[in-house]
Design a protein around this ligand. Structure first.
Ligand code: MN
Ligand code: MN
Length: 308
């Protein structure tokens, strides 16, 4: 009799545990389904689960790195065929195979990404996670071209671990920039973002990329098929307080949008970033992408039309 009671109780516990896990697994499926629905058609093979260098914060791993780096919206345009989406622990991006570079790179920046790891030495890294048949840009594609290998996610912004810093040297994070741009106004905005993240304890959501002519020039005169040269590089910085996210974006949220010509010159190099301020609306018009698409439309309308 007593034994039966124990058995009966055990059975009840087993059923409860069973039901719990059933619900859990249903929830997980729903998460995946939601992700699949909101995410773009082409996806990188590299999922967080497979990535062994997932060393970055946060402590609780997001379901995908798109949630971590582009919570305000994965940029989309009318033609997804030239957007090969890739996610890494350190940033997410859309790769344009014809141009041999990213359409855009998106990343989170706050104080936690900064550490003491030194800048990677040696050559930049070919991104072998690109699928079969995609052109894999190498360090040497840029050699002798007269253009810098311009980081989108800056090396200094990923110094917590060796893996984080190395990831910024993947060629999929690189666009051709004249040195005077890279070491000039572009750098000055990067330095300002570092101040916001480290000294002002801000949470930044950054997107950057290039704007191209219809028939762009290519590095080293290698006709169509290797690396196209952008006529300008742009950046959008959404400035939130540390720990804030999508739900905290209001009509008062600060948004810095710049579009800097890929140019040379002594004066240009020291011109500073504020000279190139524009609006997200203008960048949407020039690139064809909808940025910040997860932000409610009425708020988007306000923050995308104002200049910092
Ligand atoms: Mn740079
Ligand atoms: Mn938008």
């Amino acid at each position: 009799m007593f034994q039966n009671k124990i058995l009966r109780n055990l059975l009840i516990v087993a059923v409860i545990v069973g039901v719990y896990f059933l619900i859990q697994s249903q929830n997980k499926k729903e998460d995946v389904a939601t992700t699949a629905k909101t995410s773009p058609p082409v996806r990188s093979e590299e999922t967080p689960a497979e990535s062994k260098s997932a060393t970055s914060k946060p402590a609780t791993r997001p379901s995908t790195y798109f949630d971590l780096h582009a919570p305000l919206g994965v940029p989309k345009d009318s033609d997804p065929s030239d957007d090969y989406l890739m996610e890494k622990p350190q940033y997410v991006l859309s790769y344009n195979n014809a141009r041999g570079g990213a359409n855009w790179v998106a990343w989170n920046l706050n104080d936690s990404w900064f550490g003491t790891v030194e800048r990677r030495q040696g050559q930049f890294i070919t991104d072998t996670s690109l699928p079969e048949g995609y052109q894999r840009i190498t360090h040497d594609d840029y050699t002798g071209s007269g253009f810098d290998r311009g980081h989108m996610v800056r090396s200094e912004e990923r110094t917590r671990t060796r893996e984080d810093n190395d990831a910024t040297f993947l060629m999929t994070n690189i666009l051709p920039q004249y040195h005077d741009l890279n070491a000039g106004p572009w750098l000055s905005l990067e330095e300002y973002c570092e101040v916001l993240a480290r000294k002002k304890n801000k949470e930044l959501y950054i997107i950057a990329g290039g704007i191209y002519d219809k028939n762009p020039d290519y590095l080293n005169g290698k006709g169509k098929g290797r690396v196209a040269i952008p006529k300008s590089t742009w950046k959008i910085v959404v400035v939130l307080e540390r720990g804030q996210g999508l739900k905290d974006v209001t009509k008062d949220t600060r948004v810095i949008a710049v579009n800097m010509p890929n140019a040379q010159g002594k004066e240009f190099k020291k011109s500073g970033w504020r000279k190139y301020l524009t609006t997200v609306d203008e960048l949407e018009r020039l690139t064809g992408y909808d940025f910040l698409s997860n932000v409610p439309a009425d708020i988007q309308a306000v923050i995308e039309s104002k200049t910092d």
